[in-house]
Design a protein around this ligand. Structure first.
Ligand code: FNR
Length: 382
């Protein structure tokens, strides 16, 4: 652990190594936003503009960062955001994320379109698993998926609201991402110069949408991406959310909310928490920076329910910034996948260690014994 921390002390170190180890098309899938990546940049810039004013002379203390959410104690207010097509980014990534979450006692949110099944990922995450739902159009499929997630031990359902339509993602179009990957000369050429990734594919097999396979007949299998596009998403409405509420026995988080009216209506229709997010800048290039949307949502619903946050977090300092603005819990997507792609399975835990160590250090530097002290260190608040 110390050796890894010496060599890769920052998420940006993991990112740089990941970029070298992953074939171009998989890198583009992971790293890109949409359009000209303006929303990605906006997230970064808005976070980086937040400053904290330390309070000193506090004597010796150890910052306390464990956090209870929906009755479960987590070691830190940092979770693994849902990522689709995980096995394309790094073979075996799903198992690495679930195991790291179980080891580090942080939540791991499995995506509907990740490359594992709820039956594998639920037990592997040992009570730390959350399940993300892209709303299926067909109700039978939804009910079954929810039932499977429940049976597999996932504690919390995350309903993603911010994919009302496919995003154009021009970088991904140019990189010719296909699911399942089409084994042609281009892919072979890219894989050949990334041997660790290719060996991983040989060991783990080509990535498949394992959670969804049972709903797809053999004939459709060749066009599974088409099936996924046609059967998930574009369906979510408040009535649909209320139906999901009646099927899931546990907390529901609605993810991808940027507007305070939406947040309030989600609560009226059964949500137990809101996750403020712009999908890491991957849906709408003109979207408001997620961190800039957070205060109004906190004002409206923050006293009633937990408000979670993601989009743009790349360090423990960024986690501290989001918590200082008022988030109750912070999720990271790319940061964890940079870790896995850089270092293989141990990279997921290492990314967590980098974020946790960074957050703890910021708290020490700013004189915060508890997470609740962080908002008091936000510069220029009245
Ligand atoms: C995502 N995200 C996402 N969200 C979701 O609800 N379901 C999904 O399947 C995916 N898939 C996905 C794939 C990849 C490669 C990325 C980068 C992101 C969005 C994700 O959960 C989260 O909102 C963002 O990743 C947060 O931004 P950062 O931390 O990556 O900057």
């Amino acid at each position: 652990m110390a050796a890894l921390m010496d060599r890769y002390p920052a998420i940006s170190d993991l990112e740089a190594r990941a970029k070298k180890r992953v074939p171009h098309f998989a890198w583009e899938y992971l790293a890109s936003g949409t359009g000209a990546d303006q929303a990605v940049e906006r997230n970064n810039e808005a976070l980086r503009a937040i400053t904290l004013t330390p309070q000193l002379l506090k004597g010796k203390f150890d910052p306390e960062i464990s956090t209870t959410l929906f009755g479960i104690e987590y070691a830190a207010p940092i979770g693994i955001a849902p990522i689709g097509l995980t096995g394309l980014i790094w073979p075996g990534a799903d198992a690495a994320l679930a195991t790291a979450a179980a080891d580090r006692r942080i939540p791991y949110c499995m995506s509907t379109v990740s490359t594992t099944s709820p039956e594998d990922a639920g037990p592997a995450s040992k009570g730390m698993g959350w399940f993300q739902l892209y709303p299926p159009r067909e109700k039978g499929m939804r009910t079954d998926l929810i039932e499977r997630a429940q049976k597999a031990g996932f504690t919390t359902l995350v309903v993603t609201a911010d994919v009302p339509a496919r995003s154009r993602r021009e970088r991904q179009v140019k990189a010719r991402i296909r699911v399942p990957p089409v084994i042609g000369p281009k892919l072979i050429a890219q894989a050949a110069i990334h041997p660790a990734w290719s060996m991983g594919v040989l060991r783990n097999g080509l990535p498949r949408f394992r959670a969804l396979e049972k709903y797809i007949d053999k004939a459709t299998m060749r066009n599974i991406a088409g099936f996924v596009g046609a059967s998930l998403g574009g369906t979510l409405s408040y009535d649909y959310l209320a139906e999901v509420r009646s099927e899931w026995r546990g907390p529901i988080v609605v993810k991808g909310i940027l507007n305070a009216d939406d947040a309030e209506r989600c609560l009226d229709h059964g949500a137990d928490a809101i996750q403020v997010s712009n999908h890491g800048g991957r849906q709408l290039d003109g979207a408001v920076a997620a961190i800039d949307a957070l205060p109004a949502i906190l004002d409206r619903v923050g006293s009633r329910v937990p408000v979670l946050f993601d989009s743009g977090i790349r360090s423990g300092l960024d986690v501290a910034r989001a918590l200082a603005v008022g988030a109750d819990f912070v999720f990271c997507g790319r940061a964890f996948l940079f870790g896995v792609a850089a270092l293989g399975a141990p990279g997921a835990g290492h990314a967590s260690d980098v974020l946790v160590d960074g957050l703890t250090n910021v708290m020490a530097q700013t004189g915060c014994r508890q997470l609740a002290d962080l908002p008091l260190r936000l510069t220029n608040t009245s």
